[in-house]
Design a protein around this ligand. Structure first.
Ligand SMILES: O=C(O)CCC(=O)C(=O)O
Ligand SMILES: [Fe+2]
Length: 312
């Protein structure tokens, strides 16, 4: 992967041998992840356990998915607004289409989705399930779990498959407005056509290129960890004249989870910034006003900040 600025964007390799909790390799990995999240709010994930074949099959299926008749696509509805089917011409962009798929580490949920989209064929669930099964959740749980912001046993992963159509000639338009993701974290996978950009310093954007076969991990609002991790603010800017396909996997707490700041993250230098809150109430706040979902990373402060911060 390369970026178009002199900034050294973190690239972290997840070797199977380092994924065992408590080992030296795991501690080293945790430190790299923490440093990247503190400085950038994101990093490139090198993880070769997911084969090129599965990845390619997945993107091939996405090309079939966008051809499904609109009446079927419209049946794909998910509770968080904009996580179901979002057709071209939505608030995101006239040239964007997104498909949400709930609880992707649950085979039945993937199967229900594929039956809805392709009622006559059932075998399409397998590549989807392979790509986004428990495997990627393992490293969310083992490494980011070290931040202890939430209990990661109680989470689900919602996935979004996206297509971005090319800009009209001569235009270089933003296809997904700058934002932070509101769940705990996001893992993004794109196929050949670059587009993802990350804000590194206020107003300075770097474009991530040559990402395949890596992934990009982004810190979401719920993982801010007493404000000690940077939020991964990002946008999508398309300059190519081909369709871009990407997949995002968002980690959500289960309904009813109360987000609390762990004591280990509070001291004199880091007074407690946020009150405890039910994440569903944060979501209602975010989505009650469409302008709010386009925020610049300040929404959790607006919703849950303690004034003044407290040191215990
Ligand atoms: O398509 C991408 O790479 C990013 C999409 C995104 O930011 C989102 O779905 O929240
Ligand atoms: Fe996003």
């Amino acid at each position: 992967m390369s970026v178009d600025a002199k900034i050294e964007f973190p690239v972290i390799e997840f070797r199977s041998s380092d994924l065992e909790r408590g080992t030296d390799g795991w501690h080293r990995l945790c430190n790299k992840v923490r440093e990247a999240c503190e400085t950038f709010g994101c990093f490139e994930v090198v993880y070769d356990t997911i084969s090129t074949e599965v990845r390619e099959e997945m993107f091939r299926l996405m090309k079939e998915l966008v051809e499904v008749p609109v009446e079927r696509k419209q049946k794909n509805v998910l509770p968080p607004p904009s996580y179901g089917w979002v057709g071209p011409g939505s608030h995101v962009s006239p040239l964007y289409e997104g498909f949400g798929l709930g609880d992707v580490s649950n085979y039945d949920s993937v199967k229900n989705f594929t039956q809805l989209m392709w009622p006559e064929e059932s075998k399409k669930s397998f590549p989807l399930f392979d790509l986004l099964s428990q495997r990627h959740c393992t490293y969310h749980g083992n490494t980011i779990g070290g931040a202890k912001q939430v209990n990661l046993k109680n989470y689900i992963t919602i996935m979004r498959m996206m297509k971005y159509m090319p800009p009209p000639p001569g235009e270089n338009e933003i296809r997904f407005f700058p934002h932070t993701d509101k769940p705990i974290s996001t893992l993004i996978c794109e196929n050949q056509i670059p587009g993802l950009e990350i804000e590194v310093n206020n107003g300075q954007w770097i474009k991530l290129t040559n990402l395949s076969p890596s992934f990009v991990f982004l810190v979401g609002d719920l993982l801010m960890s007493n404000g000690r991790l940077k939020l991964g603010k990002h946008r999508v800017m398309i300059r190519e004249d081909k369709d871009r396909f990407s997949i995002a996997a968002f980690v959500f707490p289960n309904k009813g989870t109360i987000i609390k700041t762990p004591k280990e993250l509070i001291d004199e230098q880091h007074p407690r910034v946020f009150k405890d809150f039910d994440f569903m109430e944060f979501y209602s706040f975010v989505f009650s006003d469409p302008a709010r979902s386009r925020d610049s990373g300040q929404l959790l402060y607006e919703f849950a900040v303690l004034t003044p911060p407290v040191s215990n």
